[in-house]
Design a protein around this ligand. Structure first.
Ligand code: HEM
Length: 490
């Protein structure tokens, strides 16, 4: 009986292979592919650090294009500027691939995960949220929050500070106030505190899941302790967000989410992205479920990405005293001795700081790769990519290519001021093309606000000069060990 079943499986598999059209991706290099499982065994037992290093190794040994086959999935990995441009600029192939689906239980099919006409509709509704006038409102929140952060750091003068907890607290509180209009830190209710820690925990549970293949199956995941914890956190996060949305809706009047005017944040009720969504609901453009999806999407995309960039930026600044001094001089030349709140115009003048942030994002792009499922055959120059294949764009490897950057491993902000970065797709930390990051101007403002404020108030020192953490990559690029620096008051 067993023999017959095995024979039938083998015959079925051979027939299926013979009937399949030859896929051009099978001719590309990549780790050894075994029948049925493909390269799956290559990754078994690998640590997250090991996986990160292995991907860098593949880029070196296999060159610009390589294929990793896992069971029947063919994943084309690319990092040359020419290929990256074709994929990111494609107007139809905008569907996200498998790893993103782990986020669906939390984010639904909000802007990050949706595709097709739903994505187009949502992008249209949400684009005005990042208009200059609205960002001006959000910049005030960022500035106030960065003052609070500086006050929190003052008593830690000269001590080793683990950056991630303090910085992610800042970005979480900021995005919560701008997205939902809720002040997490002044609201000391149990619900707000639980929400904050549930969001943090979801991040680490997602990392566990992504790096452990056996947790990829939905049914199994739900039975495991990590899956059960994940569900508990999701319930906390959902009910908090739902309450905030309902509360805001109770007081809401038509026109409140009209951001077109030059609203004065000091005197009016503070506007949040949620107001714009409630305005869209009033016009019948989105329903309550949609609002929930988008609020959660902004909470997810809007805090961890920026926190990661700030942590690694501070690590690099701490290690380069001369760069830190240039930031200090630039900020002082704009603000002088005044203690006034920094404005958008001040921030626009901080060109050197902007170059420092860009150089940080070049070396450590918070989103190190982007993955698409191909829904329509297309030509990648000379290579046909057929529907159903997946393409992974490695921003991390692109940003460290020697044909694009001189001494790519070096931290040299000047390269963003001296015209070294020419090709529009050579530097894409916020992606590019139709699915680029909708929050990039928000993120740049936030990073400039907080870094200028820190550099004005402190000298930052590394714990160990020249030390660089090993990295891991889930959806985001993260240091494997905590990054620590010393803040010494100026
Ligand atoms: C340093 C900070 C940030 C980086 C490096 C970053 C990077 C990215 C990248 C690479 C994508 C494309 C993802 C993909 O195609 O799979 C993306 C999309 C997105 N980002 Fe950001 N992001 C940052 C901050 C933010 C912030 C602050 C917000 C919101 C306030 C935000 C909201 C979004 C959303 C909603 C999308 C999906 C856009 C769409 O598909 O239409 N991001 N981001």
């Amino acid at each position: 009986m067993l023999f017959t079943i095995t024979l039938l499986v083998i015959i079925g598999y051979v027939a299926w292979r013979l009937l399949q059209e030859e896929n051009p991706l099978d001719k590309l290099p990549g780790p050894p592919r075994k029948p049925i499982v493909g390269c799956a065994f290559e990754f078994i037992g690998m640590t997250p650090q090991g996986l990160f290093k292995r991907m860098r190794h593949y880029a070196k040994v296999f060159g610009d294009r390589y294929v990793v086959k896992v069971m029947s999935r063919r994943i084309l990995h690319i990092h040359s500027v020419k290929d990256v441009e074709i994929v990111l600029a494609h107007s139809k192939n905008i569907q996200k691939s498998k790893p993103y689906t782990f986020l669906e239980a939390w984010l639904g099919t909000g802007l990050l995960l949706s595709t097709g006409s739903k994505w187009h509709r949502r992008r249209k509704i949400l684009t005005p949220t990042f208009h200059f006038n609205i960002l001006k409102n959000f910049a005030v929140v960022m500035e106030e929050r960065s003052r609070v952060l500086v006050e929190k750091l003052k008593p830690l003068d000269g001590l080793d500070v683990s950056l991630m907890p303090v910085i992610s607290d800042y970005t979480l509180v900021t995005i919560c106030e701008t997205a939902m209009g809720t002040q997490l830190d002044s609201d000391k209710s149990t619900a707000a505190l639980k929400y904050k820690s549930a969001i943090m925990e979801i991040g680490s549970l997602l990392l566990s899941r992504l790096t452990r293949v056996w947790m990829h199956n939905e049914f199994l995941f739900r039975q495991l302790p990590t899956g059960r914890k994940f569900k508990k956190c999701l319930n906390t996060v959902r009910s908090f967000a739902d309450n905030v949305i309902m509360e805001r809706k109770k007081d809401w009047k038509p026109g409140q989410g009209d951001f077109s005017g030059d609203a004065d944040i000091g005197t009016k009720k503070r506007l949040a992205m949620l107001d714009l969504l409630l305005e869209a609901e009033n016009k019948g453009e989105i329903d309550m479920e949609g609002i929930r999806e988008e609020v959660n999407t902004f909470m997810f995309e809007g805090h961890d990405t920026t926190a990661m960039a700030l942590v690694l930026g501070l690590m690099l600044i701490a290690d380069h005293e001369e760069i830190q001094e240039r930031i200090y001089e630039e900020v002082n030349s704009i603000l002088g001795d005044s203690d006034r709140a920094v404005t958008m115009a001040d921030l626009a003048e901080m060109k050197y700081l902007e170059a420092v942030i860009k150089e940080t994002l070049r070396l450590y792009p918070s989103v190190p790769f982007i993955a698409r499922t191909i829904t329509e055959d297309f030509m990648l120059d000379d290579l046909k990519i057929v529907k159903g294949s997946e393409v992974a764009v490695h921003i991390y490897d692109l940003h460290r290519r020697e044909d694009l950057y001189t001494n790519p491993e070096e931290f040299r902000p000047e390269r963003f001021l001296n015209g070294e970065v020419i090709h529009p797709y050579a530097f894409v930390p916020f992606s590019a093309g139709p699915r680029n990051c909708i929050g990039q101007r928000f993120a740049m403002l936030e990073m400039k606000t907080v870094l200028s404020s820190i550099c004005r108030n402190f000298k930052v020192y590394p714990r160990v000069k020249g030390a660089r953490p090993e990295m891991v990559a889930d959806m985001l690029l993260r240091p494997a060990d905590p990054v620590q620096v010393k803040f010494v008051k100026r």
